[in-house]
Design a protein around this ligand. Structure first.
Ligand SMILES: [Cu+2]
Length: 84
């Protein structure tokens, strides 16, 4: 995988937080958790109504994939930020 170094070490990680519109209940939380957990290259998915956080490396392409996974459920990512 291109997201790991030559010896399988994980490259520099960051925690990404999504703001998500359209979530209402625990069912929404489970659906978003499941969708994000299936995105290759992210881990430690934690979801509440209206927010989701996960850990990934510095590849913004993964963030776009995660946004698409949330959008596919009918929710909208209204903003996101990353912290090292
Ligand atoms: Cu719901």
């Amino acid at each position: 995988m291109r997201r790991r170094g030559p010896y399988g070490d994980v490259m520099s990680e960051k925690t990404v937080t999504f703001s998500i519109e359209g979530m209402h209940c625990g069912g929404c939380v489970r659906r978003v958790t499941g969708a994000l957990s299936e995105v290759d290259g992210i881990s430690d998915v934690r979801v509440d109504v209206g927010t989701a956080t996960f850990v990934t490396d510095d590849d913004d392409g993964i963030v776009d994939e995660a946004k698409a996974a949330v959008a596919a459920l009918g929710f909208t990512v209204t903003g996101w930020q990353a912290a090292a």
